[in-house]
Design a protein around this ligand. Structure first.
Ligand code: KIV
Length: 273
């Protein structure tokens, strides 16, 4: 099945808010390189997230914590070079914005100047209020990220569903309201109960994008390697796989090895005279 994207205009933060108003769901996917960004943008994705999950799926780290600002900028540049339509969001990595609003602004300015991205994403609520205010004061749009925030994995101790208990759910609602009040244009909610995500989507006017947050939000985001089945080990309940690229690539590589060993590749047609 192919999706026909009628509106080829560049997606902006304002257009996402309009989409929420008219009930049109927002599609969002992570991406970290030029070639994949070309395919994803031409397929009609609304938002491309240069996520710090690059730390896991591109660099092989166990958590998102080790990735640096320079590395995020490298991935951001690779993606924006390819993208014509989608809104491009770049994650501010761990340690580049928490606890020091001046450093937060410097980090966000570097992302915007060096990658040509459209906006940045940060994890957290009240505890990063000053950083959010300072970045927004420079005219840089911010997407928030609440619920399971992987940069705080050592505080949580587990990747289990967040905000199942009342106190955490209450804080999450307060944080979401605060981010909207401060001026964030959208929020990602990760791995929280579907009914809580529904309540927040209904209360807030900015678009809520879910990952493991159920169907009652304004859009969905997945990590590209997970949804394409490149990464076989990760199978949370919320993940739907749209391809089995691990097997496809594995088989193609084995066929190539076989042909080289059998001296079947290259043949005459594949050689120059
Ligand atoms: O870095 C990332 O991939 C993310 C998504 C899980 C939303 O933040």
């Amino acid at each position: 099945m192919s999706v026909h994207v009628e509106d080829t205009r560049k997606v902006t933060t304002h257009r996402l808010i309009e989409m929420k108003k008219r009930g049109e769901k927002i599609s969002m996917l992570t991406c970290y390189d030029y070639s994949m960004a070309t395919i994803i943008d031409q397929a009609g994705m609304d938002v491309i997230l240069v996520g710090d999950s690059a730390s896991n799926v591109m660099a092989g780290n166990v958590t998102t914590l080790p990735i640096t600002l320079d590395q995020m900028i490298y991935h951001g540049v690779s993606v924006t070079k390819a993208v014509k339509r989608a809104l491009v969001v770049v994650d501010l990595p761990f340690g580049s914005y928490q606890g020091n609003s001046k450093e937060a602004l410097n980090s966000a300015v570097r992302i915007m100047k060096e990658t040509y991205a459209d906006c940045v994403k940060v994890e957290g609520g009240a505890e990063i209020k000053e950083s959010v205010q300072r970045i927004l004061s420079a005219g840089i749009p911010i997407m928030g990220h609440l619920g399971l925030t992987p940069q705080s994995i050592h505080k949580f101790g587990t990747y289990a569903v967040r905000a199942k208990e009342e106190t955490e759910a209450k804080k999450l609602i307060e944080d979401a309201c605060l981010l909207e009040e401060l001026g964030c244009f959208s929020i990602v909610l990760e791995k929280i109960p579907a009914q809580l995500a529904k309540q927040i989507s209904e209360e807030l006017t900015i678009p809520i994008i879910g990952i493991g947050a159920g169907p009652y939000v304004d859009g969905q985001v997945l990590v590209m390697h997970d949804m394409l089945g490149i990464n076989k080990e990760f199978s949370p309940r919320f993940l739907r796989r749209y391809a089995d690229l691990y097997d496809t690539i594995h088989d193609a590589v084995q066929n190539y090895i076989k042909d080289v060993k059998a001296q079947d590749f290259p043949n005459e047609k594949e050689s120059y005279s």
